[in-house]
Design a protein around this ligand. Structure first.
Ligand SMILES: Nc1nc2c(c(=O)[nH]1)N[C@H]1C(S)=C(S)[C@@H](COP(=O)(O)O)O[C@H]1N2
Ligand SMILES: [Mo]
Length: 423
């Protein structure tokens, strides 16, 4: 499917495509996971009946009591298993950055409570010139600080629309479009930390790992959340963030320190980071082999390349089924974003997709950021209606009418049909 592959950074993509081949042929290492283990997991993931992450009994038990610490008022957030998604209606009028009280939480298990004074980051592995190096919270804060506005989004955002719009069964957390947020992140550059740790020229991969409990699902223990990235990405724009919107990170968002990997699938932004392996050989984890790849008839056997850059998406700042009086002018607002460039155009349809007009954009296109937009609508006829928004990014990617089916329901990038009722 073209929408997933095209426009993706060539070096990152070729890199990732090579990784699975190398791993399966024994050339690459998978910390905590045997080659046979990955093959078994891959065949399970490619099967039709396997439960995806978030669908097991652990998730069902957690549904009653997610391991999230911040309050979860129903007006702002909708709880889904161990996770909570932002209600889009709660973003209207909030400004560019998502307030932390309504920022989505995606937890594989539960939020750990970590004391910054006792926290240490260990950087280790064959890609260092010397032995492992430890950083305290103060060490990190004494490095040059960078502030950056970046959208963070789950690769599975919009997953429920595979079922509701396309009639397709997929596994995983049934998000609507609220597993995304923009924040002002402040922290040290990962590149500065890697350099201070003595990264060698031979290093190829970097794998941060969280301090939250190991993730188990369907009877399989996948270990702690960890996901490798190529050195090229790690040295480019990745932050080790300790502040979000001007305040220390909340526990749910990674306190004391998390990664922020701009434009990439949210899982690359490892929270509660405790160690980073730097390797002179390619690295693997379940999060770039079994999960976060596309499995299905449209993809190679064994799955697509690991997902890296996010696709183009849009949402209205409106509740599903919102009621709008006829014969009156309404200001429709929303946001659009892409991992492959800024947003340069947003078209809106208020007649179910028959006709389109350009929305007014309120932000300049910026990589890894979103744009707010608005348009006016004066509905005449009472009755049900669908509102559609279709964005195009600066790299030329436009949201399609249909997303490519994949079993774990990643990358739903099709135009969403937002139901409203005109009265
Ligand atoms: N350690 C750890 N890091 C993690 C996760 C996790 O469960 N554990 N979830 C990942 C996923 S899938 C996403 S989408 C983002 C969500 O970040 P947020 O909860 O701050 O919104 O964190 C990522 N980092
Ligand atoms: Mo995610």
């Amino acid at each position: 499917m073209g929408t997933v592959q095209r426009g993706t950074g060539v070096s990152e993509h070729a890199y990732d495509r090579d990784r699975l081949r190398q791993f399966l042929s024994g050339e690459a290492a998978g910390e905590g996971l045997s080659r046979r283990g990955v093959l078994r997991l891959l065949s399970a993931a490619a099967g039709l009946t396997v439960a995806g992450p978030g669908t097991g009994t652990a998730a069902a038990a957690a549904a009653e009591k997610p391991g999230i610490i911040k309050p979860l008022p129903a007006a702002l957030l909708t709880v889904r298993g161990t996770n909570a998604e932002t209600n889009w209606a709660a973003l209207r009028g909030t400004g560019y950055h998502t307030p932390v009280d309504r920022f989505f939480v995606r937890n594989h298990t539960a939020t750990p409570v970590l004391d910054p004074a006792h926290w240490r980051l260990t950087v280790w592995g064959s890609g260092l010139r010397g032995g492992s190096v430890e950083f305290s919270y103060d060490d990190l804060r004494s490095l040059p600080a960078v502030t950056s506005s970046v959208c963070l989004e789950c690769a599975g955002n919009g997953r429920s629309y595979f079922a509701t719009q396309q009639g397709e069964h997929v596994t995983g957390t049934p998000w609507t479009m609220g597993a995304v947020g923009a924040a002002r992140w402040r922290g040290a550059r990962l590149s500065d930390v890697l350099r201070a740790a003595g990264m060698s020229r031979r290093a190829v991969d970097v794998m941060p790992r969280g301090l939250d409990p190991a993730f188990t699902d369907g009877g399989t223990d996948y270990g702690r959340v960890r996901r490798p990235m190529p050195v090229a990405k790690a040295l480019d724009d990745v932050l080790l963030a300790y502040e979000m919107n001007g305040l220390p990170l909340l526990p749910d968002h990674g306190r004391p320190v998390r990664l922020v990997a701009p434009s990439w699938v949210g899982v690359a932004s490892v929270k509660w980071v405790g160690d980073i392996e730097v390797s002179d050989r390619p690295l693997f984890s379940p999060w770039n082999t079994v999960f976060y790849r596309l499995f299905g008839p449209a993809f190679p056997r064994g799955g697509s390349a690991p997902l890296a850059r996010q696709p183009v998406r849009s949402a209205f700042e409106l509740a599903p089924g919102a009621v709008l009086p006829a014969g009156r002018g309404h200001r429709l607002t929303g946001r659009s974003w892409s991992g492959r460039g800024g947003i340069r155009r947003v078209e809106v349809s208020t007649d179910g997709g028959a006709s389109w007009r350009d929305a007014r954009l309120h932000d300049a296109p910026r990589p890894a950021g979103w744009v707010r937009w608005s348009t006016r609508w004066q509905p005449q006829e009472p009755g049900p209606a669908h509102l559609l928004a279709r964005a195009t990014d600066t790299a030329g990617h436009t949201q399609p009418a249909v997303s490519a089916f994949n079993e774990q329901g990643f990358f739903f990038d099709a135009v969403v049909r937002h139901p409203v009722r005109v009265v």
